[in-house]
Design a protein around this ligand. Structure first.
Ligand SMILES: Cc1ncc(COP(=O)(O)O)c(C=O)c1O
Length: 398
């Protein structure tokens, strides 16, 4: 067997290919002395807004900042409630808590791993009512105001946004997309009659440019996208200590700006993003095709309204832990996204959820396995992954 491991993620080849461009951009910034904000940030904000099809993009310090600032700008405050899913990275719910609210979870759809619009609607109808006097949506159990919904476009596939937006409108709730894994993912909105990109599907979209993302910086970075000028202006203030003009503070904000070096990396990489997403899509089709004969493996479900960008390629299998060990033994690295749903995390014991509360998220956490996925994954590497999975299934899951 080939001794070299198949890595879970390898960005070296794309970085080596572009190395001279990065170095020349760093030199420009070094000589300009503009390390925070500056022209590369403005250029990136314009280009990323255009990529997503929104009027504005506001560069911030991370995806978590993007979510937190979007929630605060949407009016989420101390004591409010915000709905999201338990099957996500903890940053989604951290941002809710850091905006002063408490997260409420609704389960995901077992097939897509994303927020179930049916369960969302069911939850709202059974547990909330719209107060006619204030226009607020009140959670019956606690008397608290429910302010927003955060669907997560997990693995690079959007949630089913039309029904989520419809029920949100009925209840007067703001929808903020967690698009941290979905740069360039598309959704066919029947309501609007066209394909729309992640980040342009609700009031605002939050993106992470953590290095391993489809569009990754060389450190921490993020952005919020929106069509709403007021929201864009508020987020610009929040990210910069609540000031529009230096030392004139309309509010308390945060130190959450995008720096020039990260923006220059993102500017260069954004030009290649469609091509890289296309490569991920081809790799996913190839995985689908090669795994179609392996009966114990469930490949990712893609509804007709979805064009995912495969930040992750996630299969479901029985005996997942055993398979992961077997692949590792054969020199293949994999990941788990995520092994413990949020309601079962120690950090959220205070929320009072029990095991069994969210059966789809709990089942997924035991069955999912993220296979190697990055644009330069070679066909030989892919074949090694699939051959090893096939061997495991023949041996242990006949
Ligand atoms: C679904 C999701 N939400 C939020 C985040 C937070 O982004 P960041 O790490 O840039 O703060 C991430 C990134 O890991 C994520 O995958």
């Amino acid at each position: 067997m080939n001794a070299e491991r198949v890595p879970f993620l390898d960005l070296n080849s794309q970085h080596r290919e572009m190395e001279q461009k990065f170095i020349s951009a760093f030199r420009d910034i070094l000589r300009s002395g503009k390390f925070i904000s500056g022209p590369s940030v403005e250029e990136f904000e314009k280009a990323f807004a255009s990529f997503c099809g929104t009027r504005f993009a506001i560069g911030v310090g991370s995806g978590t900042d993007a979510l937190r600032f979007a929630l605060i700008a949407a009016g989420v405050k101390n004591g409010d409630l915000v709905i999201t899913v338990p099957n996500t990275f903890i940053a989604t719910s951290e941002a809710i808590s850091q905006a002063g609210a408490s997260p409420i979870f609704v389960d995901v759809d077992l097939k897509t791993s994303n927020m179930s619009p049916e369960l969302l609607e069911d939850y709202l109808r059974k547990n909330c009512f719209k107060d006619d006097l204030t226009g607020e949506t009140i959670h019956t159990g606690t008397g608290k105001a429910l302010r927003a919904i955060v669907p997560v476009h997990l693995y690079g596939q959007t949630a089913d946004m039309d029904p989520i937006n419809q029920i949100a409108r009925e209840f007067g709730l703001t929808v903020i997309e967690d698009a941290c894994q979905a740069h360039g993912a598309r959704y066919f909105s029947k309501d609007k009659g066209r394909w729309i990109s992640a980040g342009a599907l609700a009031k605002a979209g939050a993106f992470s440019f953590y290095p391993g993302k489809n569009l990754g910086a060389f450190g921490e970075a993020g952005a919020v996208t929106t069509d709403d000028p007021e929201m864009a202006a508020t987020i610009r203030m929040i990210r910069d200590h609540g000031q529009m003009k230096k030392y004139f503070h309309d509010m308390e904000g945060y130190n959450g700006r995008l720096d020039s070096i990260q923006a220059s990396v993102l500017n260069l990489k954004l030009k290649r993003l469609r091509e890289w997403n296309g490569m991920r899509q081809s790799l996913a089709s190839r995985y689908n095709q090669m795994l179609s004969g392996v009966s114990s493996v469930i490949t990712p479900a893609v509804p007709s309204w979805s064009r995912p960008v495969y930040h992750l390629y996630v299969i479901r299998v029985p005996q997942r832990d055993m398979l992961q060990g077997f692949l590792s033994g054969g020199g293949i690295d994999t990941g788990l996204h995520y092994p413990v749903p949020l309601h079962q995390q120690k950090a959220y014991r205070n929320l009072g959820y029990r095991s069994g509360s969210f059966p789809a998220s709990e089942q997924l956490s035991k069955e999912i396995l993220s296979l190697p996925m990055f644009p330069s994954l070679s066909s030989q590497q892919q074949e090694r992954v699939v051959d090893r999975i096939r061997l495991f299934c023949e041996r242990y899951l006949p």
